[in-house]
Design a protein around this ligand. Structure first.
Ligand code: COA
Length: 174
């Protein structure tokens, strides 16, 4: 059972979200990316709040584009759940809530760079026709995945165009 409520993130959540990522990714400085995402337009930011309203999880979906595609495009990430609350369905609830909201607005293709064993449960599958914004290290090839929702038709081939906040080769390298 998910002991957390999913809601849209608000500016008052920013410090708690930053603290969440510092804990979940101690080796990486995701703060610049997060600040850009939380301040920018075209980003769906969802938080999971516990009974005490504490933020225990977060996910972002960023509007992107694929030239020639009739479906919208969105990039899932980053995603984190507080250490002591992991494994209770909170990450899944965040992802599913975001996918539901995106699909409700019409055809959309959602992309993610992440562990296929985690994302396959939502229907994500390896994406070969639409390339990531920057070349990925060979060992990450299977981590580039997509999911078509809301009646999205066949995908054209091409490359995912991302807004400036994601347009940094360092975010796509090992
Ligand atoms: C990955 C993460 C967001 C999942 O959230 P969660 O609330 O713990 O996940 P859920 O409870 O919805 O799902 C639990 C499942 O995810 C799996 N899982 C957890 N972390 C995982 C990871 N880093 N990679 C792959 N699978 C993972 C668990 O083994 C479990 O699998 P099962 O259902 O087959 O038993 C969370 O564990 C986390 O924040 N980890 C640290 C940050 C991170 O690695 N983020 C990158 C996501 S690709």
């Amino acid at each position: 059972m998910t002991a957390a409520a999913i809601r849209t993130g608000v500016p008052a959540d920013h410090d708690a979200i930053a603290a969440l990522y510092r804990e979940a990714f101690p080796e990486e400085d995701l703060l610049p990316l997060l600040c850009g995402l939380l301040a920018g337009d075209g980003v769906l930011s969802l938080v999971a709040a516990g009974d005490d309203e504490r933020v225990v999880g977060h996910v972002a979906f960023t509007d992107c584009a694929v030239a020639g595609d009739t479906a919208r495009a969105a990039l899932l990430g980053p995603l984190a759940v507080a250490g002591e609350r992991q494994g209770r369905g909170i990450g899944s609830a965040l992802v599913r809530a975001g996918l539901d909201r995106l699909a409700a607005a019409g055809p959309v293709r959602v992309f993610v760079l992440g562990d296929p064993t985690y994302y396959a449960r939502f229907g994500f599958a390896p994406e070969a026709g639409i390339a990531s914004p920057y070349p990925l290290p060979g060992e990450w090839a299977g981590a580039w995945q997509s999911l078509a929702l809301g009646g999205a038709g066949p995908a054209p081939s091409g490359r995912l165009s991302v807004p400036p906040v994601w347009d940094d080769p360092a975010l796509w390298a090992a």
